[in-house]
Each structure stands twice: as structure tokens, then as C-alpha cells.
Design a protein around this ligand. Structure first.
Ligand code: DC
Length: 226
């Protein structure tokens, strides 16, 4: 059987790493739903739709139909990359400017409606691993396997810090921890589709697990359902 796998959880706990590897092992499509919220945020930043840290919702509503988000496979790396109106924005959407504005954009109802519709369309044929915040609760409530990933905030901050420093981005541990806990708070307390564990989700706390252990955990559960 071909199944749908939903991986939700807190910011920076390695959801995408696990999701990508699971998809590769099973020959499934991997979709990073956070990248879609980040692409909309980048569009807002570029089009003067953020003023003093506040999103111009009316302006965004007028322009939402101009925003086209796609994933295209890079033939060299074989990885999916995010495109915003035909431009590859895979790297730019990971910048701190986008990370700092993405949660306020992701609380907007019409943004979520548009992206959830797109996500369901991408998962219509199953054979998909999608990671995000509301995949098991809202996007694919019928998913055969739902994982809820988490890890201690300090562990997550350290991992993100190491990743950004390795890329040459100058950040402090305090900034990272603040961005992460702010995002957790906004994502978990928003009115529409807050981050929460689906009743039938299986928790994966990876504070003390290696990548291989996490992969093995999810793959075992997935194979039981195939
Ligand atoms: O997974 P990520 O950190 O790239 O996600 C970026 C932001 O997008 C995150 O702070 C919350 C939002 N998001 C969401 O609201 N719903 C999703 N399904 C995925 C991400």
C-alpha cells in the first residue's frame, strides 16, 4: 500500500532531515511545507508588505494570486528546491529576516487556506512525506502515519547555531534561542491550525537520538503500514 506520512513538531528539531531520509528510503516525494510559508514571507518582504514588523494583510490579500510556489528537482543534487514565481529561493528563504517574519505570516487565515489547498493537491496520490506544523491535524488528518517530533529547546538551539555558523552566518546563541522559543509560542497559540500533536500521532523526542536512530524509528513504523 502507498501511504501518507505527516511529520509535525517544533521549530529546528530536525523534522526535514528525517522526512527527507524517510522519503528517499521509501521512494516517496518529500514536501517541506514550512518552505511554502517562508516563500510567502519572502514575497511580503520584497514587495513592501511588511511595515515595522507588521504584515499588511489587505495588501497581501490583493496580491496573493500573484504568488506561485513550486518545488523543482535540482538535477545535480536530486533535491527539491523551492521556487517563487519561477525564481529559485531555496537559500534566501532560510535567512534570519525571513525566519523572524514567518510566524506572523503563517497566522493569516487566507495564507493558510491557499497553502493547505496546494499541499493537499501535492499529496493527492499519496506516496508523500510532508513536514510542518499542521500536517497530521489539518492537511492530512487521514495520514496513515503521523509523527510528532520534539527536542529540548537548548538542544535545538545548539543545532541551529552550529548549522548557521558553519554557513558563515553571524548569530549569537541568545538570538537563536529567542527566535526558536518565540516561534514555538506563536505557532502553538495561534487561533488557526495551531501546532499541536494529533491524537493519533506518535511522539519522537530526538534530544538524545542520532540521525540513524531517528530514521530507523520512523522507517519501522512506516513499513508496518505499507
Ligand atoms: O518548518 P519551518 O521552520 O521551515 O517553518 C517555518 C514557519 O512556517 C514556522 O515558524 C511555522 C510555519 N509553518 C506553519 O505554520 N505550518 C506548517 N505546516 C509549516 C510551517
Amino acid at each position: 500500500m502507498t501511504i501518507t506520512i505527516a511529520i509535525d513538531g517544533h521549530s529546528s528539531c530536525g523534522k526535514s532531515t528525517v522526512a527527507k531520509e524517510v522519503a528517499k528510503e521509501l521512494g516517496y516525494i518529500y514536501i517541506d511545507s514550512g518552505a511554502m510559508y517562508r516563500a510567502v514571507t519572502l514575497y511580503c518582504l520584497r514587495n513592501d508588505l511588511v511595515k515595522e514588523g507588521v504584515v499588511d494583510e489587505d495588501g497581501l490579500l490583493r496580491q496573493i494570486h500573484n504568488i506561485r510556489i513550486e518545488f523543482r528537482k535540482n538535477p545535480e543534487t536530486n533535491k527539491n528546491e523551492t521556487y517563487l514565481n519561477d525564481e529559485n529561493v531555496e537559500d534566501e528563504i532560510r535567512n534570519p529576516e525571513v525566519a523572524n517574519m514567518v510566524s506572523p505570516v503563517a497566522v493569516i487565515g487566507f495564507v493558510r487556506e491557499a497553502l493547505v489547498e496546494l499541499q493537499r493537491e501535492m499529496g493527492r496520490m499519496k506516496g508523500i512525506v510532508m513536514d510542518g506544523r499542521d500536517i497530521g491535524t489539518v492537511v492530512f488528518p487521514e495520514a496513515e502515519l503521523k509523527i510528532f517530533m520534539t527536542a529540548a529547546p537548548e538542544v535545538r538551539a545548539q543545532r541551529r547555531y552550529d548549522e548557521l555558523i558553519a554557513k558563515g552566518v553571524s548569530v549569537t546563541m541568545e538570538e537563536i534561542l529567542k527566535n526558536l522559543t518565540d516561534r514555538d509560542r506563536i505557532d502553538s497559540t495561534r487561533a488557526i491550525s495551531p501546532l499541536r500533536q494529533a491524537d493519533d500521532a506518535i511522539v519522537l523526542d530526538n534530544s538524545r537520538l542520532t540521525r540513524e536512530q531517528q530514521l530507523a524509528f520512523v522507517l519501522r513504523l512506516a513499513r508496518e503500514r505499507l
